[in-house]
Design a protein around this ligand. Structure first.
Ligand SMILES: [Ca+2]
Ligand SMILES: [Ca+2]
Length: 370
């Protein structure tokens, strides 16, 4: 795949931008006329508002269908006879909830984790289209080697120019790298779901660091080809925003001034640096009674550099947030999961929380520089 940055930047490509931008431009023009009393004559130039691109990150928490995949023991608990007693009705209910939240975020590109297969993505996209009028015609997914069968994926309103998969460690989840060229401006989106904390802590930490370093090497290669590489690295990293895998392995840091001072664009800025500590948590671990910032987005310098650059995209710094949709918020402000609770032994009564996911989503908006 050719990930080398295109230098083309033609505003003629703006026709690809969402129609709502132009509708908004028309409304703004009308309002400008009304507020200034301008009444025609020579046409007055009205600058269009900046075009935007909204990117969402969300761990969907075990988005399995109900069918037993004979090649995957990992999905056995998500079948009607399995431990979760996973029925078609429950599956549709979960999809309905996920689609509600995603529709409210009005995304253009959605990075997802814990996706069983392409079918569940097609069902989610169909629900977004049929129930919410939001079309995501591009699904990027492939079956990965994870022992439970869960993969990362992208749903996109925009057509990717290219995509590819980075295998970091045998049997560990792959990393998805997709390149877009909206409005003639290249943007690479990288979706991650690094090693969980299940297992020996030292081993888990080491595997996560290896994944981070593998991605770092790939980004170094790309930055060498194009110092103005515009990249958004998102995911569920199973590492806090200031954790060692992100900080040392990926070289993603929380200090914006430091990133802007770097001689090249290799060091990433973790957008969680924009958030006060109390707003950083995306998942709550009851065992440790702690909020963790496992879900985050990091960007290359060019996206947060105030100086004019060849990359036309910039992060709207005010837009970045861990989103807590009111319906998704349970006791103590925690995300409401969708799962069976209580004992799962044979004959035990089935109790369930029919929420959304144990992770809150993260959202950011990019704007085209004037
Ligand atoms: Ca299945
Ligand atoms: Ca799978």
């Amino acid at each position: 795949m050719d990930l080398q940055s295109s230098r083309r930047f033609t505003r003629g490509c703006l026709s690809g931008l969402r129609w709502s931008t132009w509708l908004f431009a028309g409304v703004c023009a009308a309002l400008a006329c009304a507020s200034t009393g301008w009444s025609g004559g020579a046409s007055a130039p009205v600058a269009p508002p900046p075009a935007t691109l909204t990117i969402v990150q969300w761990n969907a928490e075990n988005l399995f269908d109900t069918q037993d995949d004979p090649n995957n023991e990992g999905d056995d608990s998500y079948t009607p006879g399995g431990a979760e007693r996973w029925t078609e009705g429950l599956y549709r209910h979960k999809l309905t909830h996920l689609a509600e939240v995603l529709a409210s975020l009005k995304a253009d590109v959605i990075g997802l984790e814990e996706i069983e297969n392409r079918r569940v993505l097609e069902d989610l996209a169909a629900m977004l289209r049929d129930e919410h009028g939001q079309s995501f015609p591009f699904i990027i997914h492939r079956e990965g080697p994870d022992h439970r069968g869960i993969d990362v994926a992208l749903l996109s309103r925009l057509a990717p120019v290219t995509n590819r998969w980075l295998t970091t460690i045998p049997l560990q989840r792959e990393i998805l790298m997709a390149r877009f060229e909206e409005a003639g401006c290249p943007l690479t989106v990288v979706v991650n779901h690094w090693k969980s904390r299940r297992g020996a802590p030292e081993l888990c930490d080491r595997l996560r660091l290896q994944e981070a370093e593998a991605l770092r090497r790939e980004l170094d290669r790309l930055v060498e080809e194009d110092p103005d590489l515009a990249v958004v690295v998102l995911g569920d990293f199973n590492d806090n925003c200031d954790g060692p895998a992100l900080r040392e392995g990926l070289r993603s840091i929380l200090d914006l001034k430091e990133v802007r001072r770097q001689p090249n664009g290799a060091t990433l800025y973790n957008l969680h640096g924009l958030l006060p500590r109390r707003d950083r948590g995306s998942i709550y671990f009851p065992g440790d009674q702690a909020w963790l910032s496992f879900d985050s987005m990091s960007v290359s310098r060019v996206l947060v550099d105030p100086r004019p650059t060849r990359s036309a995209w910039a992060v709207d710094l005010k837009s970045y947030a861990v989103v807590r949709p009111p319906k998704m918020v349970g006791d103590g402000g925690r995300p409401l999961p969708f799962r069976r609770v209580g004992p799962t032994r044979a004959g035990a009564p089935v109790e369930r929380i029919e929420g959304y996911s144990d992770h809150f989503p993260v959202r950011v908006q990019l704007v085209l520089r004037p």
